[in-house]
Design a protein around this ligand. Structure first.
Ligand SMILES: [Zn+2]
Length: 127
């Protein structure tokens, strides 16, 4: 096998792309609560699909798998520099640092646990 990495990417990343799009469609249900994260899953889906196309090109033009590295470097740099926009998912509450549950990680832009979100909502009502 001449392209082990590219072949792996071509074989499996299409399904990763579909999985990210399914998450994006599930986020639709939460509408205004999850606008930033919904855009972010779309950006991640585009990056995954572009990687799939790039790997397909590597195999098609019969060049080295090492040419995948520039793509990975560019995308990793973009995601590091624009992290707040491209990957706003947090695993801990930004207020009390407790681990967030799966639904709040994917479907809430606030990155607050349910307790802190209720406190913030009641503070906003009281003000
Ligand atoms: Zn909290």
């Amino acid at each position: 096998m001449r392209h082990p990495v590219s072949a792996f990417v071509v074989e499996y990343f299409y399904w990763v792309f579909i999985g990210v799009l399914v998450v994006n469609l599930l986020q639709r249900k939460y509408k205004r609560e999850v606008l930033k994260k919904r855009a972010a899953t779309l950006y991640v889906a585009v990056a995954v699909f572009a990687f799939y196309i790039y790997a397909y090109g590597v195999i098609h033009f019969n060049v080295s798998d090492l040419l995948l590295l520039p793509y990975v470097a560019v995308v990793a740099t973009l995601f590091a520099v624009y992290r707040r926009v491209l990957f706003p998912f947090a695993y801990r509450c930004k207020s009390c640092r407790q681990p967030l549950d799966f639904n709040r990680i994917l479907y809430s832009d606030s990155n607050l646990c349910s307790g802190c979100a209720e406190k913030e909502a009641s503070a906003a009502d009281g003000a």
